[in-house]
Design a protein around this ligand. Sequence first.
Ligand code: GLN
Length: 526
Amino acid sequence: MPTKYIIVTGGVLSGLGKGIAAASIGHLLSAKLKIVPIKCDGYLNVDPGTMNPFEHGEVFVLDDGAEVDMDFGHYERFLGVRCKSNWNLTMGKVFNMVRKKERRGDYLGKTVQYIPHVTDLIKDHIGQVVKEESPDLVIVEIGGTVGDIENELFLEAMRQMKKDVGRNNIVFVHLTYVPIPAGVNEQKSKPTQQSVNLLKQRGIFPDIIIGRSPEFLTPEIKTKISNFCDVKPEAVITGLDVDDIYEIPIIFEREGLPENIHKRLNIYSPPDLRKWKKLVENIRNPDKEITVAMCGKYTKLEDSYASIIESFNHCSAHLRCKVNLKWVEATGLKDAAWLDQVDGLVVPGGFGSRGSEGKIEAIRLARESNIPFLGLCLGLQLAVIEFARHVCGLDGANSTEMDAETPHPVIDILPEQRAVTEKGGTMRLGAYPALLTEGSVVHSLYGAKKVYERHRHRYEVNPDYHEVLKEKGMVFSGMSPDGKLVEFIELPELKFFCATQAHPELKSRMEFPSPLFLGFVKACMG
Ligand code: GLN
């Protein structure tokens, strides 16, 4: 069977959930097919690693160390795949490649042009991924909204692909918006019509239209969209507003999306959502409830912590326990009143000194009051600083990231990290192994001696302070295989006090929640 392609575009508005739609389509087809998701982003950054999460949402990190768009989080969580760096194509990457080729003389004698040179490069890149992975199906998500200048070249490349791969091997899915204006109380198709027209002007004729809407699309509106946009009525699918994104594959199945794709592509891979539905049902009908304080810097934008939120959803699905996240703005932490209203504290990853003192104070309160604590990356570093200051008596202990002059740099950049200058400066990125100490909390949670979690940080626990921290009772329950880097810490005499230098939230899945999150939530449940 030739490789099949599903191209997902979006119209009308950004933020309609194209990534989740693409991931959900993939989920529904994944039973029998090997699927590779590819995301094309129009921005000129080479990757989102240097973008502010407040603006762009979480930076997702892959096993191979690539910093990619947060939609890769959805792909991995919905498709059960481990994505790779070259599955994310940005205009920044494309232009880098074009310039490199031009300088190398690859185009000698030619005027280098958007069409065909840039569009060819986009298609060649996708072709290369297909060659490497031999997938049955490639899902290409085009970032942005049709009509944006930024994504024109990607759309043009997708238009050309029809001819290259054959019309029976490619399906165009367009996500739009079907509003129900207040007062009118009727589903409106005009934005969809206009957005589809923009797409048609670019030579792309959608086969399937997903209309994001607060209600199921009525047969009338489906007929109307069908008439105006030249798709079959059954190919107009509701993209319902839901509380929980894991419901989307269930909605799409109910709306007949898989059959539509099967027919168009001449494939057959019926979904089996039984287990998935049960887990979603558990999220919907919890029999317990806990409240967890999230003490971060970007508390105004939940997208900045998307994977952490999803990790808690995965725990909810398995423990039937609703996890309410109470966002505590670390920069404004003045008193401990918030502590009485929560069952646990999470200090997530972060960069820079803003809010670090507030977070350290929050960790001190959690430790002294024996409230379950989970530290992620920066959360581990701040827990070590707190312990150094208040238990080891190392006044002014800090990370050199926060205070370059600290008398006790318990967290510091290690010399070997300083030597690395590629990609994101001195960051340690991607999956690294850790060896867990037998008998430790993390060892029992993971049920394994060697675990791989993903990293994205510069600083480490300074080896000069390992001994004093250990002497005072901090357990280094996971170390890098060479024994130099602290990967997990815990305070075993407390109910639950664990932290890791990694980001276990990046590998949590609906079917396989992160063991560390699961242990933390169970501890919060008491
Ligand atoms: N800023 C810290 C470091 O670079 C922690 C990074 C993080 O939490 N991802 O080491």
